[in-house]
Design a protein around this ligand. Structure first.
Ligand SMILES: *[C@@H]1O[C@H](CO)[C@@H](O)[C@H](O)[C@H]1NC(C)=O
Ligand SMILES: *[C@@H]1O[C@H](CO)[C@@H](O)[C@H](O)[C@H]1NC(C)=O
Ligand SMILES: *[C@@H]1O[C@H](CO)[C@@H](O)[C@H](O)[C@H]1NC(C)=O
Ligand SMILES: *[C@@H]1O[C@H](CO)[C@@H](O)[C@H](O)[C@H]1NC(C)=O
Ligand SMILES: *[C@@H]1O[C@H](CO)[C@@H](O)[C@H](O)[C@H]1NC(C)=O
Ligand SMILES: *[C@@H]1O[C@H](CO)[C@@H](O)[C@H](O)[C@H]1NC(C)=O
Ligand SMILES: *[C@@H]1O[C@H](CO)[C@@H](O)[C@H](O)[C@H]1NC(C)=O
Ligand SMILES: *[C@@H]1O[C@H](CO)[C@@H](O)[C@H](O)[C@H]1NC(C)=O
Length: 838
């Protein structure tokens, strides 16, 4: 090398060093310019700063990066997070191998260092970029050999990739700080789990605590707030090279960060107008926690009255008892005794969900949703499927093989999930769907009929007018009913008028609205006898001095006119001394009413739960009432021409006549099942908690045995004078049944018996308690039929030993005694529709 050339080279090197020292040194570390405690590096655009800091109240020193312009020090990265410096002797400088190292006075080895593999020494430099990334670059080639973005702490900054480099296996994830004062590696970590179909997972000490879920094209399934946003642009890459998620901010003035904090909460926030605004955070509610509800169930936080765990369609609780105690962790199993494998199975759709754990899912991006369905149907281990990517109406196939874990529903976000169900459940959902369709058809029909009627009425009116003019004012008899009530009142005061149109085939008397209005003094409050879930009951007095009780169904009782009339007709045919007698009905536009015989002594609950009236019914009377109710129920179940399930038997639905004979009332919810059908299923669970059998309350399955259950509860209430739903503070049991059961097993059942009942009847009473307990056994099959009950009441035979009754937790009751739950439920009703097999 000639000297001239060498001189030029040296000068240029000197120049570049000068430039480096005076112009660039603010954001760079070079071999001859280390960073000591107290020095601060600031990025070019002054966004980030690097230096030594002490977090919170700790006196220890760390090297970190924070926002330069945010007044309250907000650290985004820490170098020596697990080994702090105990004094201010730290120096960050290049070591002899071109790596950055943090050394302290008293230690021979570095506390922290970068571990880039660099072959040439002394030509590295480190630079703090405006993105908050500290990069180590080779000066001649500008190649980045190390960057702080590859070693995230608790913060993801824009352009920082989280996830897996599939070529090297290197993975980047966030880990929380230990505490506000200690940036050491905490127990929470957030990253993308590549097992099965990749998903975003937050772990605590290595086990999942929250799932952000799989990427669905626009966002992660478990972060509904992560919607398309003009400021924050999130992208996700899953190919053979990498599995990463990164985001960018389109407006450079906006500072945005994603932080996993010490409590294990992830939040995205932006710095605006001198404060951090939290965009979203998670986990937010208990339904977000991993497996809050066990396998094959979903978590629904939107109905505070109800247990938040619900079995997926076609599944039932693994342990009914735990489910009752509001412990959903045991999850659900496929309905026992049914097969969902090559036996007519299909899929039902659950909408607005967070997709279940995808670690057991596989994706095929080449399939359409229909191909996906067929593929899933073919393979019996396939439990659910959906589109892998929501964009453009759905791309690819994502299918689960095994238990569906950690599913929840959202009110207005989420994916659709198609769940494999057996043929029976499939039919139920298809019926429901059919019902909706037929309702639509019905609506169209009604409109056309209405138009026709209008036409007819006009013609009729014209005819009537013509008649009047022609033959004077002859009463228009029945062809067209006058509709104003003043006209009604001019008619002869016959209280009951048979319908004269033969097209209405009902043989139950029809009452004119005007008659009811007159009898009840226009439904005056003074005449109101009570209020039930399906309407109010009024006392009325007909012109012939006969007293009636009018049940006025509320407009939203959900019953259509035809359905209503059908039911009325059938009930009209029931005649039994222990059933309230129906006298007639009234339908007028929206109004639907049932007219019953009036019973002056009100209902049983007025007596048995009343402080003083209780004494009016002694043991003999009570036993008669129990037997009467049992006979009435037996008639409904067995002896009448139809098999009728009452579904809402309770003390307030047992009326007492003058002689205190019981009469079962309120068939508003009764269902007629086929002669030999003994079980049915409904998606609309109606009834009263405290009287509802477990299989009915939980699964909507009702049968004569659910009435037996209610009867058992009623029997125990009559004997004890206490409501099943009453609160037992001072005992381990949750309700009356549990309390009686506990005492009975200890042979102390007489302790809870109404003290007004004489000691001398102890044997009889104890026997009745045993019958009551037999009726409330958890499993429907264990419960006796009503005919057995009647027989047991009437004959002094040995009784079976009851099994444990179904316990219902205190929490199941709410302030409203009566509860109408829409199947399993509001969610199902709205969101579950079904897909035909094949
Ligand atoms: C500072 O002290 C802590 C505990 O007292 C120790 O673990 C750590 O190694 C010390 N740091 C240095 C650089 O010596
Ligand atoms: C470092 O060494 C000096 C003297 O060698 C001593 O005074 C000081 O306490 C030591 N610091 C630590 C943190 O050990
Ligand atoms: C640097 O260290 C990390 C662990 O701290 C390791 O995962 C990574 O592979 C190392 N890189 C190199 C180039 O040695
Ligand atoms: C690197 O630089 C240091 C000081 O600047 C010097 O002592 C050392 O000899 C250099 N090493 C090489 C390989 O040039
Ligand atoms: C969002 O990010 C992706 C990938 O980084 C990029 O291709 C795209 O142009 C960005 N979109 C906007 C609106 O900035
Ligand atoms: C963690 O973040 C959440 C949401 O931003 C916040 O409410 C909570 O106070 C934070 N916890 C700690 C310990 O900072
Ligand atoms: C149901 O419960 C049993 C016993 O507790 C348990 O072994 C089984 O794993 C549970 N099934 C599911 C699907 O969780
Ligand atoms: C069903 O799917 C599983 C998981 O993809 C696979 O292992 C199994 O071979 C499939 N069975 C059939 C019969 O295709």
């Amino acid at each position: 090398m000639n000297p001239a050339k060498e001189l030029i080279l040296n000068t240029s090197l000197l120049l570049s060093l000068l430039v480096f020292r005076f112009c660039i040194s603010l954001d760079t570390i070079s071999p001859n310019q280390p960073v000591k405690d107290g020095d601060i590096l600031v990025s070019k655009g002054k966004t980030f700063a690097l230096g030594f800091f002490s977090p919170g109240n700790s006196g220890r020193r760390y090297v970190g990066i924070w926002y330069n312009e945010v007044p309250q020090q907000t650290v985004v990265w820490v170098a020596n997070r697990d080994i702090p410096l105990n004094d201010t002797s730290g120096v960050l400088s290049f070591n002899g191998h071109g790596n950055l190292a943090l050394n302290s006075q008293n230690r021979s080895t570095p506390i922290w260092s970068t571990n880039a593999s660099i072959s040439t020494t002394n030509n590295s430099m480190a630079q703090l970029l405006d993105s908050g990334n500290l990069v180590l670059v080779l000066r001649h080639s500008q190649r980045v050999t190390w960057q702080s973005f590859d070693y995230p702490t608790n913060t993801q900054l824009p352009l920082m990739k989280l996830g897996l480099d599939r070529r090297t296996g290197f993975s980047r994830y966030l880990t929380s700080w230990k505490s506000e004062d200690d940036p050491g590696t905490g127990s929470f970590s957030l990253g993308i789990d590549p097992i099965g179909y990749p998903q975003c997972v937050l772990n605590k000490d290595g086990t999942p605590s929250w799932r952000g879920g799989p990427w669905t094209g626009q966002r992660f399934s478990g972060i509904p707030e992560m919607n398309h946003n003009p400021v924050i642009n999130i992208s996700y890459v899953n190919n053979q090279d990498e599995l990463t998620s990164v985001y960018s901010v389109t407006d450079p003035r906006v500072l945005s960060r994603l932080v996993l904090n010490e409590s294990g909460i992830v939040d995205r926030s932006t710095w605006l107008k001198a404060r951090w605004y939290v965009f979203w955070y998670a986990p937010k509610e208990s339904c977000d926690m991993y497996e809050e509800c066990g396998p094959n169930s979903y978590c629904d936080p939107y109905n505070p009255d109800k247990f938040q765990c619900t079995c997926l369609p076609g599944f039932e609780p693994n342990s009914t008892r735990d489910w009752y105690l509001r412990d959903g962790s045991g999850g659900c199993v496929r309905r026992r005794g049914v097969s969902a494998c090559r036996s007519g199975e299909g899929f039902v759709k659950l909408a607005r969900v967070k997709l279940p754990d995808t670690s057991i899912a596989h994706a095929d991006m080449t399939m359409s949703l229909e191909e996906c369905r067929q593929e899933c149907l073919r393979n019996c281990s396939c439990t659910a499927y959906t589109s892998a990517d929501e964009t453009r109406g759905g791309i690819g196939c994502l299918a689960w093989h095994g238990d569906l874990v950690d599913t929840r529903v959202y009110s207005n976000a989420g994916q659709e999930l198609y769940i494999r169900v057996d043929a029976v459940v499939l039919a139920q959902y298809s019926k429901k769907k059919g019902l909706i369709r037929s309702k639509k058809i019905l609506a169209v029909l009604i409109v056309s009929v209405a138009v026709m009627l209008l036409l007819l009425v006009s013609i009729g009116y014209w005819l009537v007018m013509k008649n009047k003019r022609g033959r004077g004012s002859r009463e228009s008899k029945n062809l067209f009913r006058p509709t104003s009530s003043s006209t009604y009142l001019q008619e002869p005061p016959s209280s009951i008028r048979e319908l004269d149109e033969s097209s209405r085939s009902s043989d139950l008397p029809f009452f004119d609205l005007s008659i009811i209005v007159a009898a009840t003094d226009n439904f005056s409050d003074a005449n109101k006898l009570g209020e039930g879930g399906f309407g109010s009951v009024y006392k009325g007095l007909l012109d012939n001095q006969k007293e009636i009780a009018v049940k006025r169904l509320s407009k939203n009782s959900g019953q259509g006119v035809e359905e209503f009339k059908n039911e009325v007709t059938i009930i009209a045919k029931l005649q039994h001394r222990n059933l309230v007698r129906i006298l007639g009905y009234c339908v007028h536009r929206e109004e639907k009413m049932l007219i019953y015989e009036y019973l002056p002594n009100k209902s049983l609950d007025f007596f048995i739960f009343h402080e003083t009236k209780r004494s009016l019914i002694d043991w003999g009377r009570r036993f008669e009432i129990i037997c009467g109710v049992a006979r009435g129920l037996l008639y409904l179940h067995q002896d009448s021409r139809l098999r009728i399930i009452h579904r809402d038997l309770k003390a307030s639905n047992v009326l007492l006549d003058n002689a205190l004979n019981p009469k079962i009332a309120d068939f508003g919810m009764a269902r007629i099942v086929g002669g030999d059908q003994i079980e049915a299923n409904t998606n609309r669970v109606v009834g009263t908690y405290g009287y509802m059998s477990p299989e009915y309350a939980m699964q909507g399955l009702f049968s004569v045995k659910s009435d037996v259950y209610s009867f058992g509860v009623l029997l125990l209430e009559i004997i004890t004078g206490k409501k099943n739903s009453a609160y037992y503070n001072d005992g381990p049991s949750l309700n009356l049944i549990g309390h009686v059961w506990d005492l009975w097993r200890e042979d102390k059942a007489m302790e809870i018996v109404d003290s007004l009942l004489g000691e001398q009847y102890a044997n009889e009473i104890s026997r009745c308690i045993q019958i009551g307990l037999l009726c409330v056994q958890e499993h429907a099959t264990d419960r006796p039929t009503m005919s057995t009950v009647v027989w047991m009441l009437g004959n002094d035979t040995t009784l079976a030993y009851p099994k444990q009754p179904a316990f219902i937790s205190k929490n199941t009751y709410n302030s409203r005694d009566r509860l109408i739950s829409e199947g399993a439920s509001s969610v199902n009703e709205v969101t579950i529709t079904m897909i035909n097999a094949r």
